[in-house]
Write a protein that binds this ligand. Structure first.
Ligand code: CA
Length: 238
């Protein structure tokens, strides 16, 4: 791309906001900072950034509500920053449309690596929606997946998946009968190279099960995840 990617940072802690902005600018990103939720939503609608770095704990409109609002019209990759490291918060945050999270304190290097991976994936998704060759519609069990339009129907009813949930589902549906470690999924679906973030995978699997049924994704203990038997056994990728 010609213009540098635009990143919107929504973070009320000035020292963190300024450090993140400085680091991202030094990496060649265009950066804007918003210091509360309302300003963040306003800046998002005005800028249409390529990615949003979103603090979960904000005064006024909290991070989860900001995430819902900015994801309402069109998907934008969201990396959540959280000081709270509990499963509930993560699952809720990811279900609200965030693609990944970093727990404070985090290194600038890790932040940049995550952002670049998310942007690569967004580029790939955009390219994939216009590419020819691969089948654009997948039908397994009661699921119908339009890969080009990035939509999923379950028994004829549209299911709203976040971009990452969608990518994870398509990855598994295209490889029925195979089991993947969390590290493999992070590499192949998230585009991470260091294999960290296993709980991100767990959170997304949990979200997929909540939306598509508990047996949509199976756990192979000690190994990882695969397409669930109820989905894999009743059909094959069309
Ligand atoms: Ca905060």
């Amino acid at each position: 791309m010609s213009a540098p990617p635009t990143v919107l940072v929504i973070e009320d802690e000035q020292t963190i906001a300024q450090a993140v902005a400085a680091r991202l600018r030094s990496e060649g990103f265009a950066v804007e900072v918003a210091t509360d939720g309302e300003a963040g939503v306003e800046a998002h609608d005005r800028l249409r950034p390529d990615l949003v770095v979103l603090d979960l704990m904000l005064p006024g409109l909290d991070g989860l509500e900001v995430c819902r609002r900015i994801q309402r019209d069109h998907p934008v990759p969201v990396l959540v920053l959280t000081a709270r490291d509990t499963e509930d918060d993560l699952v809720t945050g990811l279900a609200a449309g965030a693609d990944d999270y970093l727990t404070k304190p985090f290194s600038g290097r890790e932040l940049v690596a995550r952002i670049r991976a998310l942007l690569r994936r967004a580029d790939r998704a955009a390219a994939g929606s216009t590419a020819t060759g691969a089948p654009t519609t997948l039908a397994v069990a009661d699921l119908r997946i339009d890969v080009g339009a990035r939509t999923v129907e379950r028994a004829g009813v549209t299911v709203h998946l976040t971009p990452t949930e969608f990518d994870l589902l398509v990855f598994l549906v295209r490889r029925p009968g195979q089991v993947f470690t969390r590290a493999q999924l992070l590499t192949d679906v998230w585009g991470y190279r260091d294999g960290s973030g296993a709980r991100t995978v767990d959170s997304h699997v949990r979200a997929l099960r909540a939306k598509l049924g508990p047996d949509a994704v199976r756990t192979v203990h000690g190994v990882g995840y695969g397409l669930g038997a109820t989905v894999a056994a009743t059909g094959s990728a069309a």
